[in-house]
Design a protein around this ligand. Sequence first.
Ligand code: PMP
Length: 357
Amino acid sequence: MSKFQGNRLNGIKPYVPGEQPKQDNLIKLNTNENPYPPSPNVAKAISSFDAEKFKLYPDYDCTKLREAICQNLTKYEGANVSPKNIFVGNGSDEVIALMFMAFFDSGNSGSPILFPDITYSFAPVWADIFDIPYKTIPLEKDFSIDPEKYCVPNGGTVIANPNAPTGICMSLSDIEIILNANTEKVCIIDEAYIDFGGTTAAALINTYPNLAVVRTFSKSHSLAGLRVGYAIASEELIADIDIVKNSFNSYTVNCLTLVAAEAAIKDREYFEKTRNEIIATREDVSVSLRTMGYYVSESKANFIFVSHPDIKAEIIFNELRSKNILVRYFNKPNIDNCLRISIGTREQMDTLIEALC
Ligand code: PMP
């Protein structure tokens, strides 16, 4: 810490991303990356990209990508939306951070925003850095979210659906309970993992002006390294996010990323093939581990949340690490006996199961 640090950083504990080890021979199941490469059309789009275009700034409105996202949502997800309902950013982390600034009040005068005590651990970090008061709501014993507990005065709500690191999904009717509880404040539904079996809330944006859904290309489109995420919300909410972006950095998404993401979202066949394979692998691995005596969450994500009745999670974590398998262990209250294991290829998961036998 330098002596020049401003008081905004007082007490800030930054988010700690999962380890990105330099070692090659590792089975990496710790950061919920997709084990399959992106659509071959992504490589084609990148190799035919004219580098001369780098001399110009990118399209700060991300027009073509927003159109492609919109067509996808309308055609495959029953969400009747227009490009004006879409905001694209440099990863969904950035999109959510901009939303915290756009919608949640700072200082101590307002009600706190609400999110579960066990959820994406970036939520309290954004709240702290933007000085937004927050309150966490405990998950139920089975790790589910009780929407009724969010029906109290609040400055907004943030729900990851499926939740992380549990993978457990809320129904749309439960989400509607939260949306109806406080129509004066925004509810962010973070759908980073929705493509692996959950039901999207995207179509609800036409009914609920206080709903903002966030998605990413990092997981189901295998583009974590490119950094693209987007929001789906009413035109008015999107305009508010734009105000924050354009007061901060107008060109958040680079021109190469824009064409690569467009190629990925247009290849529906490849998307379906790879995400279906991940879902099928998750279900098979869950059955195998349960047979071996493990608790395995009912996950609708590309990871499972696992514990053993007799062996401590930290011991299993270290044992797997010694066998070159990296999973995620959170040394945090209530979940310090669980491991989050990303779904890899069939072969990787077979090796995992063998190591756990
Ligand atoms: N939300 C959740 C629940 C996540 O787990 C992640 C990945 N760490 C993100 C958002 C952010 O994803 P990205 O910034 O790669 O789009």
